[in-house]
Design a protein around this ligand. Sequence first.
Ligand SMILES: NC(=O)c1ccc[n+]([C@@H]2O[C@H](COP(=O)([O-])OP(=O)(O)OC[C@H]3O[C@@H](n4cnc5c(N)ncnc54)[C@H](O)[C@@H]3O)[C@@H](O)[C@H]2O)c1
Ligand SMILES: [Fe+2]
Length: 409
Amino acid sequence: MPGLVFGPGACREAGWRAAALEITRALLVTDAFLAEHGVHEPVAAVCAEVGVEVVVHLIPVGEPTESTLARAGTVAREAGVDGVIGLGGGSALDTAKVAALLGAHGGDVRDYVNAPLGGALAPPGPLLPLLGVPTTAGTGSEVTAVAVLDLPQEKVKTGIAHPLLRPLAALCDPDLTAGVPAAVTAATGIDALLHAAEAFTAIPHTSRAAPATPAERPNYQGSHPLADVWVSHAIELVGRFLERAVTDGSDREARAGMMLAATAAGIGFGNAGVHVPHACSYPIAGLKHGWKPPGYPGDGRFVPHGIACALTAPAAFRLTHAALPERHREAARLLTGREPDADDPNPLGEAVRRLMERIGVPARLEEVGYGADDVPELVAGAEKQQRLLACAPLPIDGSLLERVFRDSL
Ligand SMILES: NC(=O)c1ccc[n+]([C@@H]2O[C@H](COP(=O)([O-])OP(=O)(O)OC[C@H]3O[C@@H](n4cnc5c(N)ncnc54)[C@H](O)[C@@H]3O)[C@@H](O)[C@H]2O)c1
Ligand SMILES: [Fe+2]
């Protein structure tokens, strides 16, 4: 687990932390919209104060692709940096991870991407020392061991996953999220909720075959008691604070509650895993780039990650409820603060759907440009996410995925 600093002003420890890691010249990876608003400036300033030189690398607004990650790797090598600071949402943090990987070891992005889409090569040794400073309360990337990318050729998203990708320290400063637009707050908050809810309802780690060697233990182990501590708290925090943070971005208590939720969910799901909604999100985000998310910065057309996950969550939890009903009921209770009806077949999915409605997250695939004709391709894309589907509490095949997508149209 990385070093964790939480609270207003936490980002101002970046300089001291970088110097303590013997970084002398850091690549500060952030996105163009954040830079335009000067969100990275306090971090650049504290680095300068302790004599850590900063080279800023701006990524395009939008989610990382193979080529934007490759570019960040090239910049890290050419700039001769000896450390990396990721500052931003999941997009900047994941790019920083790959910059730290390629900056230390070279190679092509594709060498390290999960099989079967990539070579699944393990990093040959430690990455350039890496700090994570989140500015959205969502992905938990500051504490996870994965970087997610879009592969436009294959029209699917996938990841690079290895314990060495986890930042050495996460500086979680809720004040950095004060200016996050409401639409981004909603989408990223639902992502955090689903990390927690999917980890809580994942297959118990004791129900999976023990790995033959430690190297074979997957990052995503299935639900276990330590992950439960983090994710159950995260679900409760989202229930208390997400709607407030969306309604009033200047509500500091709600912003802090959501940042805590996102990082706690990240620690939990980063070890336990996520399952059906996340597996379905990757083809939804990868197949079509025709929808402009209202209220998102920039003019990119894509389905943001949190929305891509949320679209199938109500239907997915209806399916997984049958396998672990008490866990789903408990997650619903944590989210709503109320005891679900004893005979409710989908209390968690319905609680998530009601929250989505209240915060303006689209609930149907048709709203983001998908129709019945797209279902076969969506199913094929989700079936590729075996690493995630293996964490579902029941075996998931193509016909079950088809039911989830059709129920979400
Ligand atoms: N590594 C992981 O563990 C992990 C987990 C989940 C998702 N992801 C990935 O992370 C990416 C999405 O990350 P995200 O949802 O955080 O979105 P993001 O990083 O793409 O940011 C969304 C938008 O919000 C803006 N923004 C961010 N912080 C802001 C601030 N403080 N003030 C104003 N605007 C701000 C950005 O400029 C951007 O336009 C996806 O690629 C997703 O697949 C990674
Ligand atoms: Fe996610």
